[in-house]
Write a protein that binds this ligand. Structure first.
Ligand code: PLP
Length: 377
């Protein structure tokens, strides 16, 4: 079978290999068969290895849903009665966590700061000192909306000094930027199969401290479908998801993990870096400017400012590229118009070079000036 290869420069789902796509084509199976439970048991163990989470202390729990289901589950399941959540919020994904708190009526502090910068750790420390009822500190590791990387190790250490657990949304970093649950002071992290792992959408997972998961059995139950302990307990007793798993997506994830370990953590990280270097280089050549300082970037997302050119129209440029197999994505910064170019997925430097040839053509076709014009000049 010949499957057209599209280069996805959006922040996930990412470009996948044909072998991952084809892994979904399998004989029909009832997921309640022991054979399928065995596959999920191995998958859960392999996910721990990616997060460097020793199996004696950590567990991984799978869910059927997109990545946001993890945010929902961690917040509603891991907050004891009388506890408060502190959300360290410098972007769209932490704002989503604040919204989840609001929907469940969870007591929370929204420690909001500029989306163009990392959070101020002194302010985090002060907030924790002033609010001893904070039982959970929550933040996003890589704010995919901007590309800012947050200092989780320091934030986790502060949370622990103040007796709180630390939950990090690592949806857009796990499997790309190497990290270590223990060393980085993370009690719970999360991701979905279609980002760093280069699998298919529909399977998400939480990796966390098993003792805390067990303790959460005593916490208020705020959701039926999205409860962490309930799903964990079901996996431990039966090896299965409580409800129907996304069978074909699980097959794809298993193949994706096989390819992850074949490529290797360090080589994969180096490839993502190489892709982002090529993106930075291509942007510079076209005079396009970024919204976020290089030294706080994750190396996985570039937020590119719209040129101040009357012929610029994101949709037209997007459509030109899309018709030629390249997907670019709108930004998520409310005060500045940006689009995003991301280094996720099964792509490499030559794909980015080919993309910039197409982008340049798109500019020419629509009369957008190269090098790009900006009013501040
Ligand atoms: C992609 C992403 C999510 C999940 O988004 P879904 O659309 O639900 O898959 C959550 N957090 C971050 C940081 C993300 O990048």
């Amino acid at each position: 079978m010949n499957i057209k290869r599209n280069i996805l420069l959006n922040p996930g789902p990412a470009t996948t290999t044909d072998t991952v796509k084809m892994a979904q084509v399998m004989p029909d199976i009832c997921p309640r068969e022991k054979e399928f439970a065995g596959l999920m048991r191995q998958l859960r163990a392999d996910l721990l290895r990616i997060a460097h989470a020793p199996a004696e202390k950590y567990t991984s729990v799978l869910f059927c849903g997109s990545g946001t289901i993890n945010i929902d589950i961690c917040l509603n399941s891991l907050l004891p009665a009388n506890g408060r959540v502190l959300v360290i919020n410098n972007g769209a994904y932490s704002s989503r966590a604040v919204e989840v708190c609001r929907y469940y009526g969870l007591p929370h502090i929204d420690l909001k700061s500029s989306v163009f910068a990392q959070p101020d750790l002194n302010e985090v420390e002060r907030t924790l000192a002033e609010n001893p009822d904070v039982a959970m500190v929550y933040t996003t590791h890589h704010e995919t909306g901007t590309g800012v990387l947050n200092p989780i190790r320091q934030i986790g250490a502060m949370a622990h000094r103040h007796g709180a657990i630390f939950v990090a949304d690592t949806t857009s970093s796990l499997g790309m930027i190497p990290f270590d649950m223990e060393h980085d002071n993370v009690d719970f992290c999360m991701a979905s199969a279609q980002k760093g792992l280069m699998g298919m959408a529909g399977l998400s997972f939480i990796i966390g401290n098993e003792e805390i998961v067990r303790k959460s059995q005593e916490y208020p139950k705020r959701s039926y479908y999205c409860n962490l302990f309930m799903q964990y307990d079901c996996f431990e007793r039966t090896g299965e998801m409580h409800f129907t798993p996304p069978v074909q997506t699980v097959y794809a994830a298993i193949q994706a993990l096989k390819e992850y370990f074949q490529e290797g953590e360090a080589a994969k990280f180096a490839r993502h870096k190489r892709v982002m270097e090529a993106i930075h280089h291509g942007l510079e050549e076209m005079g396009l400017r970024e919204a976020i300082r290089r030294d706080i970037q994750s190396g996985l997302v570039a937020s590119v400012r719209y040129p101040d050119d009357s012929n610029w129209d994101f949709t037209c440029i997007h459509d030109y590229c899309y018709e030629r197999g390249f997907t670019i994505y709108p930004g998520k910064i409310s005060t500045t118009d940006t689009f995003r170019l991301c280094a996720l997925g099964a792509i490499d430097e030559p794909d980015i070079k080919a993309f910039f040839r197409t982008l340049r053509e798109a500019f020419e076709a629509h009369g957008v000036q190269v090098p790009a014009k900006y009013d501040e000049d």
